[in-house]
Design a protein around this ligand. Structure first.
Ligand code: NDP
Length: 245
């Protein structure tokens, strides 16, 4: 397989990011894996290579603008260009506001919003120089509607959608740069492990049974968006489990 395209995926150490990295590698992308847990990235790189794909990793904390810049620079090493950046890293410590979990609010703002902004800041100059590229930012169904316990998380995901839409409008029309918002509903991943509010956890347990999405379902949607011809910009993909209200 000739490798002439590079994709960077943040949050590649688990869930949606991991599945997306595998999917893009299978589609012929050299994939640069980014997250903080190095052992997971090493494993994933090995797995992709075992399957005949090309991958590298760089331990990266998306809350550092410098680390995101270094990530993008590393992404240029293999093919000399960045075709795709998936700003996927995120966390979801849902809580009721009167629990005043201010540290968790800070963390969500830092990872879910600033992490996406730092990704854009790092890759946009490269893509503007190339005159092509595709930035996909992972928002959520929670970026469309708010429920009890999701106030701050939803706030961050609404922000991701606003930032992405603003960016899309500002792209020079003569450039083949695309922006896509990916808004999943409930996906079976490790995401709920960051919830510390017992009342939210109890409410979760009381929720009805539902067949959740798998990370691969979202990876497939991302692959669909990136594989469209250059004149097609899939602006947003909103994808819920069939049974999700
Ligand atoms: P996971 O918890 O499985 O994955 C989260 C990923 O984010 C991990 O790879 C983690 O890696 C990474 N991450 C967290 N903090 C940082 C950081 N500071 N720097 C770099 N990487 C970081 O959850 P999902 O796969 O479900 O989540 C992926 C995205 O999808 C998130 O943005 C989430 O909000 C969104 N989403 C998920 C839904 C779901 O139901 N699962 C629904 C809607 C949206 P590490 O800890 O190794 O750094």
């Amino acid at each position: 397989m000739t490798i002439d395209k590079t994709a960077i995926v943040t949050g590649a150490s688990s869930g949606i990011g991991q599945a997306t990295a595998k999917e893009l590698a299978a589609k012929g992308y050299h994939v640069l894996l980014a997250a903080r847990r190095e052992e997971r990235l090493v494993e994933l790189k090995k797995e992709i290579e075992r399957d005949g794909g090309s991958a590298d990793y760089r331990v990266t904390d998306v809350t550092s603008a410098d680390e995101m810049k270094a990530l993008v620079e590393a992404g240029l090493e293999k093919t000399g260009k960045i075709d795709v950046l998936v700003n996927n890293a995120g966390l979801m410590p849902l809580s009721f506001m009167n629990k005043l979990k201010v540290d968790e609010w800070d963390r969500m703002v830092d990872v879910n919003i600033k992490g996406v902004l730092y990704g854009i800041a790092a890759v946009l100059p490269v893509m503007e120089k190339q005159k092509f590229g595709h930035i996909l930012n992972v928002s959520s169904v929670a970026g469309h509607s708010v429920s009890k316990g999701s106030a701050v998380y939803s706030g961050t995901k609404f922000a991701v959608r606003a930032i992405s839409e603003g960016l899309r409008q500002e792209i020079d029309p003569s450039h083949e740069i695309r922006v896509t918002i990916v808004s999943p509903g409930a996906v079976e991943t490790e995401l709920t492990s960051t919830i510390t509010d017992e009342d939210v956890l109890t409410a979760f347990k009381q929720g009805g049974e539902m067949k959740m999405l798998q990370a691969l379902d979202i990876a497939n949607a991302i692959a669909y968006a990136v594989e469209q011809p250059a004149h097609v910009d899939v602006n947003e993909i909103l994808i819920r489990p069939r049974q999700q209200p």
